[in-house]
Design a protein around this ligand. Sequence first.
Ligand code: FO1
Length: 320
Amino acid sequence: MQLVVLAGGVGGARFVRGLRALVRRDRPGAAITVIANTGDDLWLAGLRVTPDLDSLMYALAGVNDEERGWGRAGETERVSAELTAYGVGWPWFTLGDLDLGTHIARTSLLKDGLPLSAVVERLTTRWPLGVRLLPATDDEVETHVRTAEGTMHFEEWWVRTRAALPALGFEQRGVERATAAPGVPEAILGADVVLIAPSNPVVSIGTILGIPGVREALEATSAPVVGLSPVIGGAVVRGMGDACLSAIGVATDAAAVARHYGARSAGGLLDGWLVDTVDEDAVEGLTAAGIATRAVPLRMTDDDATAAMAQAALDLAASR
Ligand code: FO1
């Protein structure tokens, strides 16, 4: 069974780890391919930093800082302090010493001419992740945020301003020239199920969907597409995704996000959608709109809870 997941960083990593646990326990023959958002990526201190790929890699390798959701466990920041002393990089965007090892290795391989997807493959051979990790694209497509103070890289908006500056719009710099990374369309077309992780619908999932070739593959695949709501009881579970949703005029609500993604039968993305039990009242309306919806517990409190969510998503996909 070929499972494909579209995922961002922090929420995506938690979800994929639970899906992997489910597969290892119940479906050992299944394979998982993760298509990761690369819109948060940036050049900083001369290094290529890829936040969502790194959150996924570190979490699946079991070396992530579980508390923060990004970076490495047991991190130190000696080099970062030196960079700040020299006024290099962003003092408010900490690159830990172990994390810098990843960025230096990635940048070195990129400079050797490897495309990002080959770099990811090379870096992840260090750990048995149990999934295939693919960047949505090998091209540099960075999310920039338009604000009243001007346009800035997503990471500056997200980390320096804590998404407190109202976002007037998002732009994917270079997306018109980009193509999906090798293996991405094939994975989607060959999938038995495509899952949309409970990641940021705008800057993570939305960015992946905007990469030329991705949406076409999603329209063409015979696989059912089932998403899990990143919004529970009118609030995003982590992060500041609500700031992104309001910027595009979508309410921070489980049903609104599903309608934003759209029903596949009406030219949108979703065949199925999982909402948390507190959002049970959304089930009837969404199902009537062509998005088969079920209400199940969606809090990823641990791998078992997340595995149960993943099972519910696979059950919903199978019922299509
Ligand atoms: N997030 C923060 O809130 N503060 C930081 O200093 C920070 C540094 C950082 C360095 C590398 C990296 O891969 C991620 C980092 N993040 C930091 C998290 C980052 O903003 C998120 O991983 C995503 O880009 C948003 O979900």
